[in-house]
Ligand binder design. Sequence first.
Ligand code: PRX
Length: 665
Amino acid sequence: MTNAPGGSGGPVAPGQPIAPGQIDTVMHESRLFPPPAEFAAKARIGSMAAYRAMYDEAKADPAAFWGKLAGELHWFEPYKDVLRWKEPFAEWFAGGKTNASYNCLDAHANTPRWNKTALIWEGEPGDERRLTYAELHREVCKFANVLKNLGVGQGDVVSIYMPMTPELAIAMLACARIGAVHSVIFAGFSAEAIADRNHDASAKLQITADGSWRRGKQLPLKDTVDEALAKSPTVRKCVVLKRTGANVNMTAGRDYWWHELMDNASPDCPATPLDSETPLYILYTSGSTGKPKGIKHTTAGYNLYVKKTFEWVFDHRDEDIFWCTADIGWVTGHSYVVYGPLSAGATVLMYEGAPNFPDESRFWQLIEKYRVTIFYTAPTAIRAFIKWGDHHVDKHDLSSLRLLGTVGEGINPEAWMWYHRKIGREKCPIVDTWWQTETGGIMMTPLPGAIPTKPGSCTKPLPGILPAIVTPSGREVPQGQGGWLVMTHPWPGMLRGIWGDDARFKEQYWSKVPGKYLAGDNARCDADGYYWIMGRIDDVLNVSGHRLSTIEIESALVSHPAVAEAAAVGRPDEIKGDAVAVFVVLKQGEPGDALKKELQNHVRHEIGALAVPDDVRFTGALPKTRSGKIMRRLLKDIASGKAETGDTTTLEDFSVLAKLRGDEE
Ligand code: PRX
C-alpha cells in the first residue's frame, strides 16, 4: 500500500470551512499495470488510442454512436429516434419493436452458436447440466406457453423467488418472450420482503421451488412463499420447481408443479414484437433506508447496453467460459449471467451454492473443472478467499483464466494485489467495474486490452458514458478533489423510473443536482483521468473539518498483514465532529490492546494522524447486506451507542449484529 498523507485534495486545517460535497483524499496509489501485450494483441479494443477514438466519437454524438450499434439487435420494426429525452424520462429507440428473449436465443439460430453450450450449471451437491442455445430456446418457449396458459399476458408482473438453477433464467426469458415483467427476488429474503415486493408491483403470478441447497442444508423456499402469498392478494397462481424433493404443501387451484405444466406445453412460441420501452423487469434495491425501490428497466436500450458492455469489458470470444458468481437475484446476475452474455452468444457457468461448501476451495475446483476463462466476483468474496488461505487456491489449476473482474464495492488495493498475484498469476487483467442496479450495466471500468489498471480505481468511463464530479450546486470540483459522482448524459441502460413512484425517482436521482443523474457515490478523478469511488455520500466521515472516505481508511487497515476486512464509520464527537470508529476482522494475530495500538499506528503511517481511529473493535464478521455490502449505517449506530434503527431485513447474518452488540455491552 502506498498511501501518503495528504493526497491531491489537500488536507484542510481543523475547523476551517469546507465546501459542501467536497471530500478530502488521503490515498495515493502509484502502481500501474498495463494490459499484458499478449492480451492486448488479441483484444477487441486493444489500445488506449482505440479506446480514446471510440470514447471521443461517442461523446461527440452519443445518439449516433448508439444508433450505429443498435443494428446488433433484432428489430421486428425499425425505431424512429435513438433517444427522446424529457428529463428525467428517457425513451431509447422509440417506435421500434424488438424482444430481449429473441435477442438472447432466436438470434443465434442458423449460426454455429445454436448448438453451442449456453448454460453450464452445477448444483451445490455436484449435479450438472448443460443446455445449448437450441435447448434453452425450447425450454423458454415451452415455459412461455405455460405462462400464457396460466393467464399471464403482456404487462403482467411475475414474481420469481428461485434458487440458482437454469429454470430461473428460463423463467425470466419466458417472461421477456411474451412481454410479461419479471420481478426476481433473491431467494434469501424473508416472507415479509416477498410480500412487500409482490404488493408494490401488483404481481400476478409467483414462481418458486420446493427448496434450494445452501452449505449442505435445504432452504425451504416454498414454505417461505406460502407465508408470503398469504399476504399477497394480487398473486393468484404459483408454479413450483422440484429441486430438492422436500415435502411441500401444494394448495389446490393455486399451486402447480413446473414439470407437470411443462409436460403438456408446446415448444412453439414465437417471441412477441415489443415496443422498445416495454418494461423488461423490476428489481428491488433496499437503498440505505426506508421502503425498497422497484428499479424499472425496459427492453431495447437495456438489452443493447448489456450486450455491448459484456463484449467490451469481458473482451468476449466464442471459446470463453464465463463465470459471474453473482446470484441472479441481483442486477449483476440479470445483466451478466442472463441478458448480456446470452445476447452475445457466450457460454455461461452458473453455480447454485456457497463458495465454502463442501470446503473453501469450491470456486477454484469449479474453475479447474470447467476451464473457466473469465471470472467475475465481488470484493467481499475476495476478502473471504484471502482469509480462508492460499492453500485452498494452491490445490487447483487456474491456468485457464485469462481475465478477472470485480463488482459491488470498492476493492481495497491490497485485496486487488492478492487477486492479481494469486488468482491472476500476474497475467490476467482485472476489470474493477463500477455500476449500480440503476445504471443497468457497467459504467466505468478498465477495458482490459486498452486501459492500464491502478489497484482500487475503476479507471475510466465506457464509451457513451459522461461522468462528472460536482458539488451539490452542480459545479465541477477541481481535479483530484472528491465530490458527488453524476452522469451528465442519458445512456441506454439507465433506469426508466421507480415502479409506481415517479416523484421518488425525480427526488432521489434528479433533483439534488439539477439536470444530472446523481449516483449517490462520492468519487474523485486523478490527474490521469482515473476515477476513484470513495463510498456512498451518506457514509462520509467529517473529522475536524476533513471529509474522509470510508474506503480509504478501510484500505489502509486492510494493508496491515493481520487484517482481513475492515469497516470505518463516524461516531459523533464533541470536538472533532466525527471520531473514526473501525470494526476489524482479523486473519491472524490476537485481538487486544497491543494490536489496537499497532493498527492505530499503521493508519497514522499510511494516511496521517487525522484518520487514526479512536475506536478499534475486533469482530468475527461484519454485518452485510445479502449482496455482500458492509452495512455501515448499522455499524454507525452501534459505534455511537444508539439502538439500531431502520430496516435490517437485508442483513446477511443476524448473529453478526447480535455479536457486535454483545461486544458492546
Ligand atoms: O456504491 C457503489 C457500489 O455499489 C453501489 C451499487 O450497488 P448495487 O445497486 O447493489 O449494484 C451492485 C452491482 C452493480 C454503487 O453505488 N459499487 C458497485 N461497484 C463498485 C462500487 N463501488 C466501488 N467500486 C466498484 N467497482
